[in-house]
Design a protein around this ligand. Structure first.
Ligand SMILES: [Fe+2]
Ligand SMILES: [Fe+2]
Length: 325
C-alpha cells in the first residue's frame, strides 16, 4: 500500500490496487500496521506542507483520495473495534477520565521521570515528531465546522498553541523543533520517517483523519480535550525526568510551557466539550469516539516503547540506533 502511494506521489499513473474491492476488516492491529500507517502518512502530508518531490495538485487526486478513503475505513474500523463503551455521562468533560481509565495502559511519563536514559528520551522525541512538529494544525481544521461557544473555546486554545499566551510568542511546534536540535536530533520534518514505526505514525494519522472530515469534528474536539486534560501531570513527569538527566533548561522549555499552558487549556477544553454537545446533543458519541481513539493510540505507542526498552532494545525501527549522536 505504501509503495503504491509513494509511486503515485512520484508521478506514477498506475490504477488503484485491486485489493480496494475487499471489505476492510475491523482489527485493532491496524494501529501498529507499518505499511498502512506509512501509506496514510504519505497521503495526509499532502494537506500540510506537502512532499518536495510530489506535485501540489496531488492533494486532490481522485485516485489517491480513493485509496486514502480505503485506508481510513480500515483505520477507523480498527479503532472502533477496540474502544470500550462507557455510559453516557451527564457532563461530557467527565468522558476523558471515564474512557481513559477504561482503556488504561502503561505510562511513558512515569518511565521518563524514574528510569529513562537520555537515548530513551531522544527516541520518544523522535516517535512524537511527526505530530509535534505540526502541533495544533490538524485541530485548526475544526474551526470553520463549529459555531458559537465551541468555536470560540477552540480558537482560544489554538491561539495558545500558536504562541499567543507566551511572552516570546513561539508556537509549540517550534519549541519542539528547538528541543530536538538541543538534544542532538534533526528537526527537519520527516528526517526520521524510515525509523518511526506505524504505531507512532498513528499519532499523527489519527488527528489528520479526524481533522480532514467534517463528520469527525466532535471527535476532533474529544481528541484535543483528551490531550489537554491529561497533559499537565504527564508534562510535569517529563520535566522531572529531563531535570534528572540534566538536560539543559532550553531543551526542557517545550515541556515546561505545557505544564503552565495546559492547566488553562484543560479548563477551556471542558467548556468546549460542553458547548459542542449543548449545541448538537447527537455529537456526544463522536466526542467519546475521539477520546477513545486518542487513548487507544497512546496505549499502543506506550506498549511498543516500554516493551522494547524493557528488553534493552531501541524502540525505533532499523538496524542501528539512529538517534545517538
Ligand atoms: Fe501545545
Ligand atoms: Fe494545550
Amino acid at each position: 500500500m505504501s509503495s503504491w502511494v509513494l509511486d503515485r506521489l512520484l508521478g506514477s499513473d498506475a490504477d488503484a490496487p485491486s485489493y480496494l474491492a475487499a471489505a476492510p476488516a475491523a482489527s485493532a492491529d491496524v494501529l501498529a500496521d507499518d505499511d498502512l500507517q506509512l501509506a496514510l502518512h504519505l497521503c495526509y502530508e499532502l494537506h500540510y506542507l506537502g512532499w518536495p518531490d510530489a506535485a501540489a495538485d496531488l492533494e486532490w487526486d481522485t485516485t489517491l483520495l480513493g485509496v486514502r478513503a480505503w485506508l481510513e475505513r480500515r483505520f477507523e474500523a480498527g479503532l472502533r473495534a477496540d474502544i470500550p463503551l462507557v455510559p453516557d455521562a451527564c457532563d461530557p468533560a467527565d468522558l476523558v477520565t471515564a474512557i481513559g481509565d477504561a482503556i488504561g495502559g502503561r505510562s511513558v511519563a512515569d518511565h521518563v521521570r524514574d528510569r529513562a536514559t537520555i537515548d530513551h528520551v531522544r527516541e520518544l522525541i523522535v516517535h512524537r515528531s511527526p505530530y509535534q512538529l505540526k502541533e495544533a494544525d490538524p485541530h485548526t481544521w475544526a474551526i470553520p465546522r463549529l459555531r458559537g461557544a465551541a468555536k470560540r473555546h477552540l480558537v482560544e486554545i489554538q491561539m495558545g498553541e500558536y504562541g499567543a499566551d507566551d511572552e516570546t510568542h513561539v508556537p509549540h511546534a517550534e519549541l519542539y523543533a528547538t528541543t530536538m536540535a538541543l538534544l542532538g536530533l534533526d528537526p527537519t520534518p520527516h528526517a526520521y520517517l524510515d525509523v518511526i514505526p506505524g504505531s507512532s505514525l498513528a499519532i499523527s494519522n489519527l488527528v489528520s483523519m479526524l481533522g480532514l472530515h467534517r463528520r469527525h469534528r466532535a471527535a476532533l474536539l474529544g481528541h484535543l480535550a483528551y490531550f489537554e486534560m491529561t497533559s499537565v501531570s504527564a508534562m510535569r513527569r517529563y520535566v522531572a525526568g529531563l531535570e534528572r538527566l540534566e538536560v539543559p533548561p532550553e531543551a526542557r522549555r517545550f515541556h515546561e510551557v505545557h505544564v503552565l499552558a495546559d492547566g488553562e487549556h484543560e479548563r477551556i477544553s471542558a467548556d468546549m466539550l460542553r458547548a459542542v454537545v449543548a449545541d448538537e446533543p447527537a455529537l456526544a458519541r463522536d466526542v467519546a469516539f475521539g477520546i477513545g481513539a486518542a487513548a487507544l493510540v497512546e496505549r499502543c505507542v506506550a506498549d511498543r516503547l516500554l516493551s522494547r526498552w524493557d528488553e534493552g532494545r531501541s524502540s525505533l525501527d532499523g538496524p542501528h540506533h539512529p538517534v545517538t549522536p
